[in-house]
Design a protein around this ligand. Structure first.
Ligand code: ADP
Ligand code: MG
Length: 213
């Protein structure tokens, strides 16, 4: 068993992301309504629906090209803070994996790390600022720790850590984004971008469970 993931996985990840964002559109909107402007679910759903339409029209030939289509589409259709942040994440992941047709555990860790680093470069958030970084950073750390156990373990570990990281934003005061205007009033609410990041990383693991070769 080669223990790699290929283009089918990458496309399946993006499609599953679209499905889970659609399923959680209202919930993400409610999280954002509590500490932001309420548009996070709608924004992401619009972007991922546009992405699915692009994937339907033309299947990308490599994981990297799939990530690049995701980057361009999310950047131009999602809007808000999250559009450029997710766009940058996928663009950096695309650069990290290059033109290869299959990704091993090390390539996956590199892609996730680059995606997280891209969000940090763009948004300048640190861990504990109550942003999507609080899902991404534990996800990257857990993925790196699981690298020796193979592709499925890497993505399962990333998803589980991202989910815990999103929950752990509940007691935090926000230091970036709209929620930072609320001060103490943000305490007790989950960061919507951390919640959507956990959904998207869980979708990556779900796709891997089906597509690992
Ligand atoms: P907007 O705040 O413009 O309405 P969204 O509602 O789509 O944008 O996205 C809000 C999410 O974006 C937040 O929950 C947070 O996770 C993320 N976010 C906002 N600013 C930053 C930043 N500087 N760095 C990382 N993530 C950020
Ligand atoms: Mg918003």
């Amino acid at each position: 068993m080669a223990d790699t993931l290929g283009t089918d996985w990458a496309i399946d990840w993006l499609r599953r992301s679209a499905a889970t964002v659609a399923d959680h559109r209202v919930e993400l909107g409610e999280l954002d309504r509590a500490i932001g402007d309420g548009d996070h679910g709608e924004n992401l759903d619009r972007g991922f629906r546009a992405l699915v339409a692009k994937l339907d029209a033309e299947a990308p030939p490599t994981p990297g090209s799939a990530f690049k289509v995701a980057a361009m589409t999310l950047m131009s259709t999602v809007g808000g803070a999250a559009g450029p942040l997710y766009g940058t994440a996928y663009l950096r992941a695309a650069s990290a994996v290059g033109e290869v047709e299959v990704l091993d555990a090390g390539a996956l860790v590199a892609a996730l790390t680059s995606a997280r680093d891209g969000v940090v470069a763009r948004g300048k958030a640190a861990p504990g600022d109550k942003t999507m970084i609080d899902a991404w950073t534990p996800a990257v750390d857990a993925a790196a720790a699981a690298q020796g156990q193979g592709v499925l373990a890497v993505l399962e570990a990333a998803a589980t850590a991202a989910e815990a990281g999103a929950v752990d934003t509940d007691p935090l005061i926000a230091h970036k984004g709209r929620a930072s205007y609320l001060g103490e009033r943000a305490v007790g609410h989950r960061d919507p971008g951390a919640a959507s990041s956990a959904l998207i990383l869980r979708a990556a693991a779900g796709a891997a469970a089906r597509n690992a070769t």
